[in-house]
Design a protein around this ligand. Structure first.
Ligand SMILES: *Cc1c(COP(=O)(O)O)cnc(C)c1O
Length: 210
């Protein structure tokens, strides 16, 4: 297995895996975990009480489940609609918390995948100061689910260029510096496109039992 450079964060995707699996990875020194279902996220967080661990949320988040996620999440990677962004901001204002988020960009060929278009991202960041309880930390994306490496490269290239463009366009957004791309099947490619964090589940924990 190719090694991860020390300046790239390994996000261990523990969804669907038991708490013992998280404990085992924790014992090996892993300090960042991600979950994709609100209930499971909250339960694992509260059961485990792990010192020095960052918890990321990476799944589709419905606005009626914010309270299961936002009190505990160090980073919400999967903000994929304006409505969700507005509701997170509102929750933050009510609860006196600033929420760190990544905006999910739609780059894959599949229509089913979530995320914003380039135009929508521009529009949000031009209005960034409206979201007083949001800290914009960068972009997240998922490549097309395919074995065709050229297609994966095209997706990563698009999000990577757009990330650089936005960083240059909005230098006042000092936290906007994370590019979360790459999963078990494609993280070595994602590194070539400037990933600052990779989200790896299967390669760490094995196949998920749904
Ligand atoms: C499940 C998931 C991953 C991890 O996928 P693997 O192929 O198991 O590494 C990464 N990102 C997101 C958004 C996911 O939902």
């Amino acid at each position: 297995m190719k090694r991860l450079p020390s300046d790239v964060k390994l996000v261990a995707v523990s969804k669907y895996h038991p708490e013992e699996a998280i404990m085992e990875a924790y014992g090996c020194g892993q300090r960042c975990f991600a979950e994709s279902r609100p209930q499971e996220f909250q339960k694992k967080y509260q059961d485990l009480h792990l010192d020095g661990v960052e918890w990321h949320f990476i799944g589709h988040l419905q606005t009626n489940k914010l309270k299961m996620v936002l009190p505990y999440a160090d980073l919400v990677q999967s903000v994929d609609s304006l409505h969700l962004l507005q509701e997170i901001d509102k929750w933050g204002r009510t609860n006196g918390k600033t929420i760190k988020v990544l905006l999910e960009m739609h780059v894959a060929a599949e229509e089913t995948k979530q995320g914003f278009t380039e135009e929508e991202l521009l529009d949000i960041l031009f209005n960034a100061e409206k979201y007083k309880n949001i800290e914009f930390c960068g972009l997240m994306g998922m490549a097309t689910n395919t074995d065709n490496e050229e297609d994966i490269r095209a997706d990563f290239s698009r999000i990577s260029h757009w990330f650089s463009y936005l960083k240059d366009l909005f230098p006042e957004l000092v936290s906007f510096r994370e590019l979360s791309i790459g999963m078990s099947g494609d993280w070595p490619i994602a590194l070539e496109y400037g990933a600052t964090m990779v989200r790896v589940g299967t390669s760490i924990f094995g196949e998920r039992q749904y």
